[in-house]
Design a binder for this molecule. Structure first.
Ligand SMILES: [Zn+2]
Length: 260
């Protein structure tokens, strides 16, 4: 396999470097730096992690300006082989924090997600990665695109003809919907980080409270749906704990009033 070829190239190069070091006996710290770069590259390549070994050729030139020497050519060759190999991989990624490049075993990647999170094998940073295995189909599209907020908006929807219904029917539908909403909010994993309501949300909340005071429960309810939609600002689709509490409180007031 290609990977084995690369590891062999690195190992052969490392052996040549060691031979060269033993021959020259000069500037041992320079040689040691080059050797440690190759040793790390070999261990990492065995673990499907790749990083450039061009640093080694750079160090070589720092203490030995011999562009024509045999050992320099071998190092440069190894460097290019690693780069070529790396570029030939379909499924490689580079950590934007530590620049380590690594591959992911494609059998570990779910097919139905457009993107997924993966920890950098070197620095453990959480990286968002496009899924090379993603199979485009309408089923997956649905799963990918529906966020918690979308789901909440959808479940909050009332029949478009609700205003034409009798008070009794109206109340029944709203109360049933509120129960479904609170069920959903219980299941949803909310973002508990600090969040301040947007101006729009503050306004819709005030409107909802005023409508509750004047017993316009349907209007109050619609204000809460606007609160969730927040002018289409979806905050990454997540629902914040702060928002959830506001929604639950307002809906509970409406529900309790309608039950009376
Ligand atoms: Zn990293």
């Amino acid at each position: 396999m290609e990977k084995e070829k690369i590891i062999k190239t690195l190992k052969d190069t490392l052996n040549r470097i060691k031979e060269e070091r033993n021959k020259t006996q000069t500037n041992s710290s320079g040689w040691e730096s080059i050797i440690s770069i190759y040793e790390k590259a070999i261990i990492d390549a065995e673990n499907n992690i790749y990083f450039s070994i061009s640093d080694a050729t750079r160090i070589y030139l720092e203490f030995n300006s011999d562009y024509t020497s045999n050992i320099f050519k071998i190092m440069e060759f190894a460097d290019k082989e690693v780069e070529n190999y790396f570029n030939s991989l379909d499924n490689y990624n580079e950590c934007f924090i530590c620049n380590t490049r690594f591959t992911i075993d494609s059998s570990m990647i779910p097919q139905n997600q457009k993107t997924f999170y993966w920890k950098c094998p070197n620095c453990n940073a959480e990286l968002k990665i496009g899924n090379p295995n993603y199979i485009e189909n309408s089923e997956n599209e649905k799963q990918e695109d529906v966020t918690d907020r979308d789901e909440l908006i959808k479940i909050m929807e009332l029949p478009s003809n609700i205003r034409k219904l009798s008070e009794e029917e109206k109340n029944k539908i709203i109360c049933e919907t509120i129960i479904s909403v609170s069920k959903l909010l219980k299941e949803v994993k909310c973002d508990s980080s600090e969040y301040q309501l947007s101006q729009r949300q503050q306004k819709t909340k005030d409107n909802a409270i005023n409508n509750i005071k004047t017993k316009n429960f349907l209007e109050a309810y619609y204000e809460i749906t606007d609160f969730v939609d927040d002018y289409g600002d979806r905050h990454n689709g997540k629902i914040f704990e702060t928002e959830k509490q506001e929604i639950n409180t307002l809906l509970a007031i409406i529900y309790n009033n309608m039950q009376q």
